[in-house]
Design a protein around this ligand. Structure first.
Ligand code: GLY
Ligand code: MN
Ligand code: MN
Length: 448
């Protein structure tokens, strides 16, 4: 799929164009320990190279220049004994299908020569300051030779917006990976539901989930973002990641956790009772959030916009807040004034793909983007009632509920990628009471 992605980007280039993309570099954690390597998403999407410090070049209609070229660290037996096997230029051609590939050390001379023949350069400034400096110096150097007949490129274009549009429509091959990321993510949630008991620490649930992600082949750390495991009132901290408290009998626990598979993200939130049984107030509040999720999912199809999805959830949540006597009066006025934001303060979804909050436009000229087949988004309504919120009925306080699915927009009905993670009240309660241990194989079926 990577050569196809390159081909699709090159189709948007004109004769005389050169494009340059920097890969991610290792980030230092402490002293001589680095964080696990995670490739930059655009670079991964186009190259399939999972090594640091790569450089990728495309060209079009320039005499003698290849369609694409990759610059990587050379094979080096001694270095590979210490730091792991490298692909090398041979592998870049043989395994990743590049037309040409070279050692990184050869980049400056090679690229300087190509740039001297280009009319326009596609390059995203601000991602790699060292490379930014190099490109600026190369362009300045070429300008100094204008009297010698040099015609340096004078148009600099950002490749990220067209790439974002390209990435926002997933191919069938990408969908296979997203389905697997969703299936692995679902299994993590199933296991946490089954093993949670009063007194379990939030980090134990986190560990169970991350263990599930890794054992099913998820990338490096296993996750697409750090897990939120929030018992009771902790669920009312939207970005809670301390995960260091024991969960309590009678409380809910909100888990927002997703696996990353071959670079593609899952993103699931489920909220379930610590003791396996919702109390009546929790159940009522949960059913409101679930109804919002279902109503928004129903319109996740062409003909609706991203904003329609949010507005539909807001409508259902406001009706629920009225029904639960959190609000009184007219739904339309609360929607107009935004008073519901005390209990629902975030958006209802985002694009998802190689980045959990994926690239892609939300508005064009101020108008919400229409949904198209191949887009994948989350839908994640919630209600958050602080333990000390004296404006609401006492039995609702201290509960935070969010339910989040990953949805593939198709030409017809939406495909719920995360359907295997239970969300109906009866199914959640059954999953909480199940005798489940970590399965050795992925049991969640992967639809195709
Ligand atoms: N887990 C990040 C999000 O739900 O947006
Ligand atoms: Mn999300
Ligand atoms: Mn999430």
């Amino acid at each position: 799929m990577f050569p196809q992605h390159r081909q699709a980007f090159r189709a948007q280039m004109q004769d005389g164009d050169v494009a340059l993309f920097p890969g991610a570099t290792l980030a230092n954690r402490n002293n001589d320990v680095d964080f696990p390597f995670r490739q930059q998403s655009d670079f991964w999407y186009l190259s399939g190279l999972n090594e640091p410090d790569g450089l990728m070049v495309f060209s079009k209609g320039i005499n003698g220049a290849p369609d694409d070229a990759l610059f990587v660290l050379p094979r080096d037996k001694k270095m590979e004994i210490w730091n792991g096997v490298r692909l090398g230029p041979e592998g870049a051609i043989g395994q990743l299908g590049f037309a040409e590939a070279y050692n990184l050390a050869d980049f400056d001379a090679w690229f300087g020569d190509l740039l001297s023949k280009a009319k326009r350069l596609w390059y995203g400034l601000g991602q790699n300051t060292i490379l930014d400096q190099k490109v600026i110096q190369m362009l300045a150097g070429l300008r100094r030779k204008i009297r010698l007949g040099m015609e340096p490129p004078h148009i600099l274009m950002d490749p990220r917006p067209p790439l974002a549009l390209q990435r926002s429509i997933k191919s069938p091959a990408e969908m296979e990976l997203m389905r697997r990321a969703a299936a692995i993510s679902s299994e993590g949630h199933l296991l946490a539901m089954a093993q949670c008991q009063p007194g379990t620490y939030e980090y134990e649930l986190e560990a169970l989930i991350h263990n599930t992600f890794r054992r099913h082949g998820s990338n490096d750390s296993g996750w697409s973002y750090p897990a939120i495991v929030a018992g009771g009132n902790n669920a009312n901290i939207l970005h809670y990641t301390a995960n260091d408290q024991a969960v309590k009998d009678g409380d809910l626990v909100l888990i927002d956790a997703g696996a990353e598979y071959q670079g593609y993200a899952g993103d699931i939130t489920r909220t379930f009772p610590v003791n396996g049984k919702f109390n009546p107030a929790q159940k009522e509040m949960y059913e409101v959030v679930l109804a919002a999720l279902k109503a928004s999912t129903e319109i996740a199809r062409p003909g609706y916009t991203h904003e329609d999805i949010h507005n539909k959830s807001v409508e259902v949540l406001v009706d629920g807040l009225l029904q639960m006597k959190v609000l009184s009066g007219s739904a339309a006025e609360h929607i107009e004034s935004g008073s519901y934001k005390n209990w629902y303060m975030h958006n209802t979804g985002h694009w998802i793909g190689l980045d959990v909050h994926d690239v892609g436009r939300y508005k064009v000229d101020g108008v919400s983007v229409g949904l198209e087949p191949g887009m994948v988004m989350t839908i994640e309504p919630g209600l958050y009632i602080q333990a000390d919120d004296e404006t609401v009925p006492a039995e609702l306080r201290g509960n935070g509920i969010r339910i989040e699915d990953d949805i593939h927009i198709t030409g017809g009905d939406p495909e719920v990628l995360t359907a295997a993670a239970p969300k109906e009240v009866a199914d959640v309660e059954a999953a909480c009471q199940a005798e489940r241990i970590a399965p050795p194989t992925l049991e969640t079926p992967i639809a195709s």
